[in-house]
Design a protein around this ligand. Structure first.
Ligand code: PNS
Length: 174
């Protein structure tokens, strides 16, 4: 069984992430979407919320599993018995960021390859940070995130803008 890991912060999940996961799942027997738990930075969404956003956007996908991870991605990849890491590639900037990580992860895992899937043209300008900025000021995020996640994301940032502590989280700024 060939397993790949699709890691990211997914804070929040975007249509670009969903598309990469959907396409990557067709290339492997099993795709593990690995959601970063960063102890140094409070995320805006819990791991469960981030998994929920993916699941609602990608129903009936038995080959896709979801896991939180912390520490080195390479250790998680080895623990999953995966042979590859999948990342989306929106352009040259992403390539510069991804290439050193791919080399490091290849060495750290003893040979797991990083597969860079080009984002579809309609997704190249989407990022989680863009969604966060738009949502903080009450803008329409529906072109950027899964339909089922629009309310959760909008409410989270709207409430933060109002100084609410609903959800128990501070919002991280990048
Ligand atoms: O969606 P992001 O924030 O661009 O994802 C970055 C991620 C999670 C893939 C990267 O930060 C990561 O792998 N973090 C885990 C720690 C690690 O292994 N760092 C070294 C990578 S060579």
């Amino acid at each position: 069984m060939r397993t790949a890991v699709f890691p990211g912060s997914f804070d929040p999940v975007t249509l670009g992430h969903v598309d990469v996961a959907r396409r990557a799942a067709t290339l492997f027997d099993r795709l593990v979407v690995a959601i970063l738990i960063n102890p140094d930075k409070q995320s805006n969404f819990t791991v469960e919320e981030r998994i929920g956003m993916f699941r609602q956007a990608l129903p009936d996908q038995p080959a896709i599993r979801y896991e939180g991870f912390s520490g080195l991605l390479a250790d998680f990849v080895l623990a999953q018995g995966a042979c590859a890491i999948v990342r989306g590639l929106r352009g040259a900037h992403d390539l510069e960021y991804e290439t050193p990580m791919a080399w490091a992860n290849y060495r750290l895992t003893g040979g797991a390859e990083t597969i860079l899937l080009p984002s579809m043209p309609e997704h190249t300008a989407i990022s989680s940070s863009l969604v966060r900025q738009i949502a903080q000021f009450g803008g329409d995020i529906s072109p950027y995130v899964p339909q089922a996640a629009v309310d959760l994301i909008s409410r989270r940032f709207y409430n933060m803008g109002k100084g609410s502590t609903e959800g128990g989280k501070e919002h991280a700024k990048e």
